[in-house]
Design a protein around this ligand. Sequence first.
Ligand SMILES: NC(=O)C1=CN([C@@H]2O[C@H](COP(=O)(O)OP(=O)(O)OC[C@H]3O[C@@H](n4cnc5c(N)ncnc54)[C@H](OP(=O)(O)O)[C@@H]3O)[C@@H](O)[C@H]2O)C=CC1
Ligand SMILES: O=C(CO)COP(=O)(O)O
Length: 332
Amino acid sequence: MSKIAVIGGGSWATALVKILSDGGKTKLHWWIRNQDDINHIRQYNSNPRYLPSAKISPEHVIPFSNIKDAIREANCILLAVPAAFVLDAIKDLTPKDFENKFVISAIKGLIPEKHILVTEHIEKNFSVHHKRVAVIGGPCHAEEVAMEKQAYLTIASGSKRFGKELSEAMQNRYIKTTSIRDIYGVEYSAVMKNIVAISCGIAHGLGYGDNFQAVLVSNAMQEVQYFLKAAYHIKRNLLGTAYLGDMLVTSYSQFSRNRTFGNMIGHGYSVKAAQLEMQMVAEGYYAVKSIYEIAKRLDIENDLPITRAVYNILYERISPIVEFRILKDQLN
Ligand SMILES: NC(=O)C1=CN([C@@H]2O[C@H](COP(=O)(O)OP(=O)(O)OC[C@H]3O[C@@H](n4cnc5c(N)ncnc54)[C@H](OP(=O)(O)O)[C@@H]3O)[C@@H](O)[C@H]2O)C=CC1
Ligand SMILES: O=C(CO)COP(=O)(O)O
């Protein structure tokens, strides 16, 4: 756990760099694709375009512009770019680069070109054993990390020992951690809550109230339960913070990109216009296509009315007003 290469220069990567360096147990090699950002971090100890108020400790963090240099001496690779960019970000890496290393995914999205989880992709294509893989889940917005507000993260890992070490490395005065085993379940659930947050944003944009949103979110939990049972059925507690907690924060928080994106769609923005306005990535936009594809493969698409409604609005260009009229009759 002593040296971690963090891949990605956005808000969550910046927050994770802050969390880990405030924990004091790790040295960080931070790969960012933009050289101007790296120069700024070296000079001013802050990331200029994402969470600029978070101080970056030069004692713990070395920025790199070359990904191979960043990971060479690290024993752990932490992926923190949006899922749509992960293949491009790691395109120069080979299975040899991953040899003897642990891999952590902080990504809450599926690989859009393949409709598979990020950890599945890493395990299959870079020959990384499941026991050397972990994901970081839980309700936690980067903006609140910058303000050092108390938050809780869940580490799901294939190995008890690795999970414990990563949990300890991520703890600090404002972060508490828990360690569980359900890697794929936490990942799928984190992906689905982004879709749900888009639906909550759409509902708000259309003028639906808090009463309706509470029904939407409780139905969404049933939808997650149904999907997980079909896609990856193991014993798990969906009331845990990595599942229900993350669904709640993303559905209700002012900081949620997915909710903000959905709100614009509900107000009549086109997908393109909403994406341009956001300047950050709403993972749920890509995720809904993948989850809908997987659901069709599993023959359960009719049992996921919220996912289907968001898919129809974003990809089939069906009016949100019409789609929500249909959806409201399917909720209970
Ligand atoms: N933000 C949050 O609070 C949380 C986010 N997450 C998850 O973390 C992941 C990352 O999201 P987040 O940090 O918020 O995203 P942001 O929108 O804040 O940042 C995206 C980052 O990706 C970079 N990028 C874009 N294209 C590429 C590429 N081809 N190769 C490498 N890097 C690229 C961007 O670089 P550039 O600026 O140069 O374009 C930017 O640094 C997502 O899966 C998200 O769901 C999870 C928990 C909390
Ligand atoms: O996953 C998150 C909080 O736990 C972040 O969600 P958003 O991408 O919607 O901001």
